[in-house]
Ligand binder design. Structure first.
Ligand code: CMP
Length: 147
């Protein structure tokens, strides 16, 4: 029997993917297929989603809510709907570089490391968008260090 709630979840996932610059090169069919692969997970405010130093197995897109990226109790940045995290250790295979903590009730779409790697290898435009975001984050961190 069709589950209307599941249908709604899939639609909101597709809307999010559509609005994300990461997937601006994707057509509707590609977005639908990608949405089917993603797992949705909910967190409460205060939940530690990823811990600095841990081995990474996933990439996260924020569907709703807000997270803080923290190192040694310093807040490096806040991320919200449409933004992503977890890409650094998937790229360099080092442990997680920072803690990521939900500061509001938060829902993420999660991709396994394996799915993420296959996607980045097969879609150069996704890889370029990822690099652009990394460059912007590095600029913001440089600015915060020197302002
Ligand atoms: P990763 O190292 O896998 O896990 C922690 C995540 O926090 C990291 O990937 C990035 O997604 C994010 N992150 C770490 N440092 C910063 C930063 N300076 N600015 C924005 N995001 C960051």
């Amino acid at each position: 029997m069709p589950n209307p709630q599941k249908g709604e979840q899939a639609n909101s996932a597709i809307e999010l993917l559509k609005s994300s610059t990461l997937f601006s090169s994707f057509n509707d069919k590609q977005l639908k297929n990608l949405a089917k692969e993603l797992k949705e997970k909910k967190y409460n405010a205060g939940d530690l989603i990823e811990k600095e130093g841990e081995v990474s197995v996933a990439f996260y897109l924020i569907l709703d809510g807000e997270v803080e990226v923290r190192r040694k109790s310093k807040v490096l940045t806040k991320l919200g709907r449409g933004q992503f995290f977890g890409e650094m250790s998937l790229l360099d295979k080092y442990p997680r570089s920072a803690d990521v903590v939900a500061t509001k009730p938060t829902t993420c779409l999660i991709m396994t490391a394996w799915q993420w790697e296959a996607l980045v290898l097969s879609e150069p435009k996704v890889a370029i968008e990822l690099l652009k975001t990394l460059a912007r984050r590095l600029r913001a961190t440089d600015k915060a260090l020197t302002d």
